[in-house]
Every structure is written in C-alpha cells, then in structure tokens.
Design a protein around this ligand. Structure first.
Ligand code: BG6
Length: 455
C-alpha cells in the first residue's frame, strides 16, 4: 500500500511527538512500503530539523526504516491563506508522486487550529488537490470547533465539498488499544453482554485524571476548560462506546450510528466544577478566569437498557494521579450469608491507561471463615499478553489508509456532543490544591448523588 501524507501544521508538537513516529512505525513494521511525507507550515525550517525533532522524541530507531522515511520527506513553507500556495502544492505532489512511483493516494492531515479548517477545506477542494488518481482523504485533528455553532459551520463547509467517507475527524482516544477493546470485549463475551443493562448494573464511572497542569497551553486552555478539552470528546466517546446498543456489525457506520444515538439522547443531571490553585498564574490565563480544570458530571440515558443507571464522569488536571478508566458497578445480590453480607458489589473495570487491562472484582471466601467473603480482583494485563502494541496514532493513520472510519467521529456525533456540553449552565468553580483529589466540596456532591469514586 502506498500513500502521500501531507501534514498541515508540520512544525507543531503533534507532528513531532505523534505523527512522524506513527508514520515511521508503519514503515518499520512493513505495513507501508512506499511513501512520501510532505510537511507544510508558515515557518522557515528544514525537513531535516523537523525529522530531528521527532527523532529526539523517539529514541532508538531502525536505521533502514528511518532512512526510507528521510528519503521520502519534504518540507514546504506554506501560507494557508495564500491561494497560489495550493497550486504550487498540487504541482509538487504530482512531481513527487511520479518520482517515488506512488499511485496518487493522498492523506491531508489538518493539524492546525480549527479556525483554519474552513479555508483549508475549501482550497483543497477548489484547487483540486483532492482530485487524484488514487484516493484523497482529509483528517481533522481536534479540537473540532469550540461549541455547537462553530462545529456546525465547519461541518457545513466540509460537507459542501467532500463526501463524508473522505472525512476523518480524529479523537485520538479511539485509537488506543484498550478503547478499541471496549466493544470487542463486550460483544464477544457471553458472560458480559447479557449483564450490560439496568437489570444488573447500578452505575457507570468514567474517570480521566491527569497530574499534568496546563503548561504552555494556557491561552488555549483558558478559553476551553476541561469540559471542552477532554469531556466533549474523549470522555463522551468512552461513554458512548460503553452505553451504545449492539450495532448490527462492529464496523464503520454501524458503530457510529450506535454511538450517535447515545450522544443525542444522554442528559446531564448535575455538574460540579473546580480549578487548581495557581491556575490564574499560568501563562496565557486571564487574571480572573473562572475556567474549570476539573469537572464531575452525572448523566442519564432514559432507554430500556439504562433507565435508572447513572453515568458519572470525572476529569481534571493537577490531580494526584494519571489514570483513565471505566468502571461498571453491579447491583448487589440478595444476601444469603449468615454472618456478614458482602461489603461491596462486583465491579468490571476497563483500564485504558497507564496500566492497560481489565479487572473484575468478585467476592470470595475468606480462609478459616465459613460464611465471610472478601472482594478480590481478577485482572488481565494487556502488556503481559501483548508486549508490543501500536500507539494510538499508528492505529489511526493505518485506518485512514485503509478507509476504515469506525474509530473516527462522524459529524452528527460531534454536534450532539457539543450540544450536550453547551447545555451546561454556569456553575460555581471550587479551588483545589495541585496533586489532590479535587475540591473538598466534592465530598458533599458525591454524597448527594450516591457516588463513591473508584479512583
Ligand atoms: C488532549 C487534551 O486531547 O488529550 C490534553 O487536549 C490532554 O489536555 C490529552 O492532556 C490527554 O491525552 P492522553 O493520550 O495523554 O491521555
């Protein structure tokens, strides 16, 4: 399979830390045999410098694979708003496709800010860069807008010139191995799917905790907050995958239909917000900013499968842990023990990171006691079974090459998620110390909503 990757926004961190390493891995694993890589941005840099930056993040590389990438890589200074630049790019692509004997498959990757998406989309189509002998696919990096209105505008612009099957909206969480595993595990194991409903489940928790602060992204973060930054996309996608009805098949549009149904119908019942102490001193942050760096949400889905089962989301920066996980809490069983009933019910945990795997918490007999149980954990460690796994972006780029859209977000999903987040009214924002579990006022919110966080 051969392809030309064209990265718009090539001097950014994403290209250096994720995209070039992913492309290199595709070459190194033999999945991509012939390639051209074209970086575009306004800066005056060289391709050598861009590759060297990526190399630094990657550590040791296989010399042969790295040389293949090096020999096929180019950089062009490019102004997204200069129409002539698109004409020049078209000629350039035709030349290098000929030089490397490529069949004209093109992947345009917009690693730029969303305010440029309209202009780039329009120019790629009008300047006929997507008219090629092979396929032309366009990838949009997140954030996809900043609210429902802006996302709708981008979608309208895209849908005017491209068909939905050419469009790949990235949510990198969907490229993570364990996220890809949620639906597979649920629908291929008889012991799970029949329990996946309100008859057996009491609640669902989705946790996305980071120790990281906003760092150099203060300006961006301050106009978004945790709700836009990770809840609207990553957390809601995890929720949609967990809550969706069984799709007819676990492929492209069937999965997206099922997820979209969840996102269109789920409701937010309560929100609690926090901001880490010292956030106002971060570079790029407004002096009196009330932007949230922490949020918990209680949501509900009123359908036969989930009626009465609350979904909880917790996400934040500056916390005491790095942990992304989903926890299904089961309802209690009728207690038949004569001495003491089980202290807690069963849990199924899907650990996305850092320790990818699953855990099932079961009650088991305590030695020397006749009628007493204790919760124990049966666990599967992904790393132990599969020591080598692809990185999220490697999975994602491979899927774009193969035209597999199942792990990309469709226009209606994005709009439904923005609509949901937009429905949150202004809330008080409570302070919390860096490295803590969130604001102390969370305790009464937890109590009120009957939630006992697993992490
Ligand atoms: C990004 C957010 O989408 O996801 C970041 O903008 C966040 O703020 C990151 O840190 C988390 O991704 P990962 O893959 O490191 O868990």
């Amino acid at each position: 399979m051969d392809v030309t990757f064209i990265i718009l926004g090539a001097t950014g961190d994403l290209n250096k830390r994720k995209l070039i390493p992913a492309i290199y891995n595709l070459i190194e694993s033999g999945r991509v045999k012939k390639i051209a890589f074209v970086g575009l941005s306004r800066s005056k840099v060289t391709i050598e410098k861009i590759l060297a930056g990526a190399h630094e993040c990657m550590g040791k590389v296989d010399r042969k694979a790295w040389n293949t990438l090096k020999k096929s890589s180019y950089y062009i200074p490019f102004d997204l708003y200069e129409e002539d630049n698109y004409d020049q790019l078209k000629d350039f692509l035709e030349k290098i496709e000929q030089k490397h004997a490529l069949s004209g498959n093109r992947i345009f990757y917009l690693a730029t800010l969303p305010q440029h998406f309209d202009t780039v989309t329009k120019n790629l189509a009008e300047k006929k860069l997507t008219k090629t002998k092979g396929y032309a696919r366009v990838v949009y990096e997140k954030p996809f807008g900043h609210d429902l209105k802006s996302a709708k505008k981008i979608n309208q612009c895209i849908n005017r010139v491209f068909s939905e099957d050419q469009v790949y909206r990235i949510d990198h969480y969907l490229g993570k191995e364990l996220v890809g595993n949620i639906a597979l595990m649920r629908f291929t194991n008889r012991i799970l799917e029949p329990q996946w409903n309100a008859e057996h489940l009491e609640s669902v928790q989705i946790i996305m905790e980071e120790k990281l602060l906003v760092g150099s992204r203060g300006k961006f973060y301050d106009s978004n907050g945790v709700l836009n930054d990770v809840v609207q996309n990553h957390a809601l996608q995890l929720l949609a995958l967990t809550a969706m009805e069984p799709p007819k098949l676990l492929t492209g549009n069937y999965i997206r239909d099922a997820k979209a149904e969840v996102l269109k119908h789920i409701k937010i019942d309560s929100v609690f917000l926090g901001q880490y102490e010292g956030y106002l001193q971060e570079e790029g942050v407004e002096k009196n900013s009330t932007t949230e760096t922490f949020a918990t949400l209680k949501l509900s889905l009123d359908n036969p499968r989930w009626s009465g089962v609350p979904f909880f989301i917790k996400a934040g920066k500056g916390l005491d842990k790095n942990e992304v996980s989903i926890h299904l809490k089961f309802k209690p069983v009728e207690c038949l023990l004569s001495e003491a009933c089980p202290a807690d019910t069963n849990y199924l945990t899907m650990n996305i990171q850092p320790k990818a795997g699953f855990e099932i918490e079961l009650n088991t007999k305590v030695p020397f006691k006749k009628n007493i149980v204790k919760p124990v954990i049966m666990s599967f460690s992904h790393e132990n079974y599969f020591p080598k796994s692809p990185e999220a972006y490697e999975n994602l780029l491979w899927d774009v090459m193969n035209g597999d859209q199942s792990v990309f977000v469709r226009n209606d999903e994005i709009e439904a998620a923005w609509k949901l987040i937009g429905s949150i009214k202004h809330n008080k924002v409570y302070q919390y110390p860096i490295g803590s579990k969130g604001p102390k006022e969370l305790i009464s919110w937890n109590k009120k909503h009957g939630i006992n966080w697993r992490v």
